[in-house]
Write a protein that binds this ligand. Structure first.
Ligand code: ATP
Ligand code: MG
Length: 226
């Protein structure tokens, strides 16, 4: 009973939050289209802005679909282990341009370690953590990805978040520093947590204002033949 009620609360809250998140870009889109219908306006500029709103909405829908796939167990998270290095190199190459634009340095320290996640899941985790650091840490910072057996850690020496925010970062739709127009939907770290926990691991955030942010994912030792 207790569990069913908790689930129902979560479901209702989630639906409300999703509708809320979609309402803003939809309202902006409508305003842009109405303006575009007026005479003597910069129609190309308005269309470009309208496109951005649509892209924001589809990114949100993609994330939500992915989360609910995980929830219904259709995506098998922890099937076998993946050597981390090739995945990290891939993601780093893909994000090299945005790292350069943001003026941050990416350092990968992975060795030969393996992690108990499917390749695609490891990619999702690393991508979200690196994108965040690139986006939020600030210019001139260094972002370090460290992998050891049973450990994946992404840390930066950037602006960090208030200590009170640390445990809440993994909540859906939670964004630290709401006043600053944030690009994201606040789902990235919820997805990271979901993936890691589904694989039997744990997530943890540490750091503080001006001291950077460190996200640590730890996994249990594999249950071997001994
Ligand atoms: N490396 C970081 N440095 C400072 N703040 C961060 C960092 N990573 C995350 N945050 C804060 O945590 C919040 C939540 O991150 P999360 O990835 O869950 O959502 P998002 O990036 O806002 O949106 P999304 O990932 O869904 O596009 C961010 O909005 C940001 O305020
Ligand atoms: Mg994010």
């Amino acid at each position: 009973m207790e569990e069913a009620r908790a689930y129902e609360e979560l479901r209702v809250g989630f639906t409300a939050a999703v509708s809320h998140e979609l309402r803003t870009p939809l309202a902006r889109l409508l305003a842009l289209l109405e303006t575009a219908a007026l005479p003597d306006v910069d129609r190309d500029g308005l269309l470009a802005q309208a496109r951005e709103q649509v892209e924001e909405m589809s990114a949100l829908v993609d994330d939500i679909l992915f989360l609910s796939e995980l929830e219904s167990g259709r995506e098998v998270v922890a099937l076998g282990t993946t050597p981390a290095r090739p995945v990290l190199d891939d993601v780093r190459d893909r994000l090299a341009d945005s790292a350069e634009r943001a003026d941050v340095t990416l350092v990968v320290d992975a060795g030969e370690a393996r992690l108990p996640l499917r390749r695609r899941m490891l990619q999702v985790v690393v991508e979200n953590l690196l994108e965040n650091a690139i986006w939020y840490a600030g210019p001139g910072t260094t972002i370090t990805v460290t992998v050891r057996d049973g450990l994946l850690e992404v840390s930066d020496d950037g602006r960090g978040v208030e200590e009170d925010d640390l445990p809440r970062l993994f909540e859906r739709f939670y964004r630290s520093d709401r006043a600053r127009a944030s690009r994201g939907t606040g789902l990235g770290l919820a997805i990271v947590k979901h993936v890691v926990v589904s694989a039997g691991g744990e997530v943890d955030a540490s750091g503080g204002p001006g001291r950077g942010l460190r996200i640590r994912c730890t996994f249990p030792a594999p249950s071997g033949p001994f």
